[in-house]
Design a protein around this ligand. Sequence first.
Ligand code: XMP
Length: 514
Amino acid sequence: MDQEKVIVIDFGGQYNQLVARRVRECNVYCEIYSYRTDIEQIKAMNPKGIILTGGPNSCYEEDSPTYTKELFELGVPVLGLCYGAQLMNHILGGKVEKAPVREYGKTEVFVDKNSPLFSDVAESTICWMSHFDYISKAAPGFHITAHTADCPVAAAEDTSRNLYAIQFHPEVLHTVEGSKMLYNFVRGVCGCTGTWRMDSFVENAITEIREKVGDGKVLLALSGGVDSSVLAALLAKAIGKQLTCVFVDHGLLRKNEGDEVESVFGKDGSFDINFVRVNAQERYYAKLAGVTEPEQKRKIIGEEFIRVFEEEAKKIGAVDFLAQGTIYPDVVESGLGGESAVIKSHHNVGGLPDYVDFKEIIEPLRNLFKDEVRKVGLELGLPEYLVFRQPFPGPGLGIRIIGEITAEKVRIVQDADAIYREEIAGAGLEKIPDQYFAALTNMRSVGVMGDERTYDYAIALRAVDTVDFMTATASNIPFDVLQRVMSRIINEVKGVNRCFYDITSKPPGTVEFE
Ligand code: XMP
């Protein structure tokens, strides 16, 4: 695909994926590379623009991440953000030092509207600052285009060389006009026309898949999650019956989810593919009987998935390709793309099956962010409830049932969760928390129902607001909604007589309970 492309050079800051996402929201394709990437490789990609990200270091220190000066002489527009801005000035002869006042948080910035980055931005605008160091003297040739009460060089530029430096973070939403600034850079300064669109992505991807697969057979493990569902739809459209989807129902899905997946991809659905549903519930419950240790539960669920999948694959016989729903954050986080990589360990189930007979792996969604995957899903006609499904862990309800898993406990947590979701939707709150679910605590306590004493389980309700799931806070669900949920769960779900709302942040808590 001959896309106009912007390259993000990653210096290890926490918002680096956001930079790329914001650029793509301007319909400009963009990839993240570590600052260790050789300049020749960057040149070979023929970028229309380059963005240097923030990072945790001080650019004037000996071992800090840096880049060759040649980058600024390529004639390609460069935008430095935070650390990137400091590094640009440092390398080109300006001065960066420890700031007398550390700026952190929303800050009023005064901009020069003559700058191509700020022409349509308010003269005084709120931006997100997070820095210890500052540019005390801009590099020769640069002139200052923004300042704050504490920061004399909040932005600087040399338009003759197309070099731009911004001390704050336009990529985070707290920077009210940040998207405009990035748009002005990629669409204005870099001259990108905006060719990155999901409808053309679908068209191109279908052509590429057809070319690559030829008349070969493709096998996909379908989990019912967003990524694998979108991938299934894309492959179905590209190669139809050459695709076989194996859907393993491990009995730890949300209520009705197995049937929903089957109704979309099975024989009564709208796709002409081979769909195999394996009802492995009993097998999983047997393996999990008596197991209480969270890591062991996760391991059993993950391994069992591979075994079941392998058995099905054996029945199908040799295939040419195994399709995987890898998406761009997986690529970046596993260290293949950017720098922030190694911070977050991967906790997806599975890994690769050992005994499936295939020649090659295909990953058609590999370059997409999650929101782009969703757009592709809508393009392909998938139902909204599937496309906008909340994150759901691979081990499923297995890690939302504290302690031993039994069929009875699965029923309880499924029913309670379904009620919770119904009530949240009924209150029009579905889009407010980023994730919400019911979990089953391992605690039983005394209650009274009618005139009877009960001794039943407690349900925990969780709802979190988060940007990246690495940190999260409990969502402020209105108390009357929580009360309605509690009352319905206790009345309608046999075996429950108490409800808690979990107000723990992450850290120190995690989103899931195990
Ligand atoms: P934690 O519990 O680590 O969850 O705070 C953060 C986000 O990751 C999801 N999660 C998982 N996703 N496999 C997954 O695919 C897993 O094993 C897993 N564990 C947690 C969780 O739902 C939340 O969105």
